[in-house]
Design a protein around this ligand. Structure first.
Ligand SMILES: Cc1cc2nc3c(=O)[nH]c(=O)nc-3n(C[C@H](O)[C@H](O)[C@H](O)COP(=O)(O)OP(=O)(O)OC[C@H]3O[C@@H](n4cnc5c(N)ncnc54)[C@H](O)[C@@H]3O)c2cc1C
Length: 399
């Protein structure tokens, strides 16, 4: 019996790979650093869930302190905490849309959304407090969709397990090494195919620890910077923490200079903590007055398509990461750190997701993007994951 190790099930793609391969009859093991939470265990208590399901306990700043990064760390990962905004730009996304139940049914607009829609005359479920996970189970992150398919088909899932490295012998990935619950005991297993899917910030770390030296790995990190403008209504309660999340969008200025590198405008569904750290400091009294008007506030984030930024990610001994990141003048989510492409000179993996450098070692997450998508990346990431899973199955059949 072969063991196919899926590293980091949490993220979209390993869940999807796990679902596809287990359905094809493969034996699958998913290793995830974070914990598994059933939706009934999610509390909506912001400090608790930041600690449980976010990387480094919530947001963390880059070295200069001018950007904050959010990253999930749980089975389902960022799809548990995300808005799951899913912009359909191609009919080829039907399989993903069907599986995650993406729909325009049941939408409840709060006042700022209606204002954006009326104002732009464009169009773009009820989720409350979804940034800390959806306790009603309405939002189909990968842990409540693909991962359940994988489990139903016999995939094994190991939580609180840190993947150290892929074991590589003569240029061939033959096994995996990981530790559970920070124990000193190292577990090594043979694997037929190894899929690394540790998110855009961690995948390159694991590849380097596995001994890969390809210079394309760790290049081209791209974020999805969100710059948020806040305003207040004098007489209306907008209650920005209620209603459906991120459902109105305007592309009116995204192609201002002809390259689609300008901003999409959305309305941010937000909680007090995001509002407090997003409100600029104008003085003690002014800050207090602004915070007291939270229920009358409205935010319009500009979702920017990152270009020409300069970045470097450092990995500390205590497992934390530090990011130095200078946003391009043209201008947070992250992609492109192990991008796929047709040449080993410019990419880290082949178009099929396997690394140029090592056989039977695949990458499967947003770090495969050629460059940043400029749109919410989940429904781009999921078809890429389906494609990588399909490639694994096809090549195994050929061999
Ligand atoms: C607040 C927020 C809102 C968002 N909203 C949207 C949205 O509305 N629409 C949209 O399309 N996208 C959205 N996104 C982006 C989207 O969720 C991410 O782009 C996507 O989840 C990235 O997937 P990934 O597979 O690359 O990695 P991730 O989802 O980051 O998964 C990486 C996983 O690997 C695990 N891991 C890392 N290292 C190890 C290790 N050594 N051993 C074991 N496990 C490890 C981590 O614990 C984590 O669970 C949002 C993101 C955030 C943070």
């Amino acid at each position: 019996m072969y063991i196919c190790i899926y590293v980091y099930i949490s993220n979209l793609k390993s869940d999807i790979c796990a679902a596809e391969l287990s359905q094809a009859g493969w034996s699958v093991l998913v290793i995830e650093k974070g914990n598994y939470y059933h939706e009934s265990e999610l509390t909506s208590h912001v400090p608790t869930e930041y600690k449980n399901i976010y990387l480094q306990g919530g947001s963390f700043a880059n070295c200069k302190g001018d950007i904050n990064v959010f990253e999930g760390s749980t089975f389902g990962s960022a799809t548990v905490i995300s808005f799951l905004d899913s912009l359909k730009f191609s009919d080829n996304l039907d399989k993903v849309y069907k599986r995650i139940g993406a729909t325009t049914e049941g939408i409840k607009h709060i006042i700022p959304n209606r204002i954006l829609i009326d104002g732009c005359n464009r169009k773009s479920h009820e989720y409350d407090w979804c940034l800390t996970g959806c306790k009603d189970g309405i939002k189909n992150g990968t842990s409540t969709s693909w991962l359940r398919t994988a489990a139903q088909n016999g995939a094994h899932l190991v939580g609180q397990a840190k993947f150290n490295r892929a074991i590589i012998v003569d240029g061939n990935a033959t096994g995996v090494e990981f530790r559970i619950n920070n124990s000193d005991q190292i577990i090594r297993l043979n694997s037929f195919r190894t899929v690394i899917s540790a998110g855009s910030l961690r995948t390159q770390e694991v590849l380097f620890k596995s001994g890969l030296k390809d210079k394309s790995i760790g290049q081209n990190l791209r974020f999805h910077p969100l710059m948020v403008a806040y305003g207040f209504f004098d007489n209306s309660q907008t209650n920005p923490f209620e209603g459906s999340i991120m459902i109105a969008i305007s592309g009116s200025i995204e192609n201002l200079y002809g390259e689609y590198y300008r901003s999409k405008l959305v309305v941010l569904h937000h909680t007090t903590d995001i509002f407090i750290f997003g409100t600029s400091w104008q003085g003690q009294k002014e800050h207090k007055e602004a915070i007291l008007k939270f229920r009358q506030s409205s935010s319009v984030p500009a979702l920017v398509r990152d270009k020409d930024s300069k970045e470097n990610v450092g990995y500390k001994k205590d497992d934390k990461i530090s990011i130095s990141y200078e946003i391009s003048k043209i201008v947070l989510r992250n992609n492109s750190y192990c991008r796929m492409g047709v040449s080993p000179d410019t990419s880290a993996t082949k178009p099929t997701g396997d690394t140029w450098e090592t056989r039977n070692l695949y990458v499967c997450n947003a770090s495969l993007f050629a460059t940043t998508s400029g749109v919410n990346p989940i429904v781009t990431t999921e078809p890429i994951a389906l494609h990588v899973a399909d490639s694994i199955i096809q090549t195994a059949n050929l061999n």
